[in-house]
Design a protein around this ligand. Sequence first.
Ligand SMILES: CCCCCCC/C=C/C(=O)SCCNC(=O)CCNC(=O)[C@H](O)C(C)(C)COP(=O)(O)OP(=O)(O)OC[C@H]1O[C@@H](n2cnc3c(N)ncnc32)[C@H](O)[C@@H]1OP(=O)(O)O
Ligand SMILES: NC(=O)C1=CN([C@@H]2O[C@H](COP(=O)(O)OP(=O)(O)OC[C@H]3O[C@@H](n4cnc5c(N)ncnc54)[C@H](OP(=O)(O)O)[C@@H]3O)[C@@H](O)[C@H]2O)C=CC1
Length: 298
Amino acid sequence: MENLPRGLPAPPPPGAAALPPGTYAGQVVLVTGGGTGLGKAIATEFARLGADLVIASRRAEQLEAARRELAAVPGAGRVAAAACDIRDPERVAEVFDAAEAALGLPDVLVNNAAANFPSPAEDLSPNAWRAVVDITLTGTWFMTREFGRRHLAAGTPGSIVNIGASYAWTGGPGFSHSAAAKAGVKSLVETLAVEWGPYGIQINGLVPGLFPHADMTEDIRGGLERAAPGARDARQPALRVGAPHELGWAATFLASPYARFVTGHTLVVDGANWQRRSVVAPEVVPVREQLGRGPFGG
Ligand SMILES: CCCCCCC/C=C/C(=O)SCCNC(=O)CCNC(=O)[C@H](O)C(C)(C)COP(=O)(O)OP(=O)(O)OC[C@H]1O[C@@H](n2cnc3c(N)ncnc32)[C@H](O)[C@@H]1OP(=O)(O)O
Ligand SMILES: NC(=O)C1=CN([C@@H]2O[C@H](COP(=O)(O)OP(=O)(O)OC[C@H]3O[C@@H](n4cnc5c(N)ncnc54)[C@H](OP(=O)(O)O)[C@@H]3O)[C@@H](O)[C@H]2O)C=CC1
């Protein structure tokens, strides 16, 4: 037993590509939340394969820094940034107008932008619930609708990748708003694959497991520390967490010509963490106690 490998092997390093060079040459890829974290990692892999990129999110300064970084990726095409709150359908339409004028109608849409913070469900104010559901589900819908309408009008094919979370299937204690929104995002994948498949529009989901990165919000980072203080890898069946470029590879595959018959599917990239069950049942600790909170925000 001592000679057995410890966990799943590490992937090739950042800079390696899973698909042939130039797979996305001449294609426009729009990534929401493409200026930070996993969205930037996904955009990087599309850039490496020759895509022209549009990254969209709210903070213009951060977008511009990421735009410069992405333009410097070897093999990258042109890179544009569009400041946008995806909760505003008019602004969403303007982003598509600007993308079409500068680079052409996006061939691929990656709905990566989302919002999340941990909270016992009963503490959430109406506005807190709305903020997370409006960004994660309704914003994803506005982007998807705009993309679909434009391709249906032009008679052109397209591919959508929605970034999800595994608590869309399992429920997410401490994240009721985000889990409900991600379940909606997964449902959209399954519905629209059938509605739009006949018009050449493919749509899939992609679920990251635990992928720590430097841009994580304090709330989510704090959650990780609470869940696995100093021993994150030991809590995963793979005995390691994900590397952001692994998610990028999966996204570039799902949207590529090599996955043309894959639609309505959600791919989970998490080293089987979401299927983990213990043989012995750990003691139940209420979410409020896990988060160390008093009742109703107290
Ligand atoms: C153990 C690890 C688990 C890992 C889970 C992994 C699964 C998923 C991960 C992710 O989704 S990671 C993505 C996370 N990234 C972000 O959330 C980035 C964007 N987030 C934001 O912009 C904010 O956090 C926001 C609050 C979601 C939205 O910002 P907005 O400016 O629109 O809202 P605000 O006006 O600031 O707030 C609206 C409303 O929400 C209340 N609120 C904000 N933060 C909290 C909090 N931490 N706890 C409780 N309530 C919160 C805020 O008070 C407002 O409500 P009212 O006061 O007006 O009632
Ligand atoms: N990291 C992980 O381990 C996991 C991540 N995920 C999912 O992966 C995706 C990326 O998460 P991650 O990179 O970790 O998180 P980040 O917080 O780094 O990314 C969220 C991005 O969404 C953008 N965004 C948020 N609200 C809006 C809005 N209203 N309009 C436009 N853009 C917005 C943010 O930019 P700005 O604030 O400037 O608008 C930011 O770029 C999300 O869908 C998340 O749910 C799922 C499971 C695990």
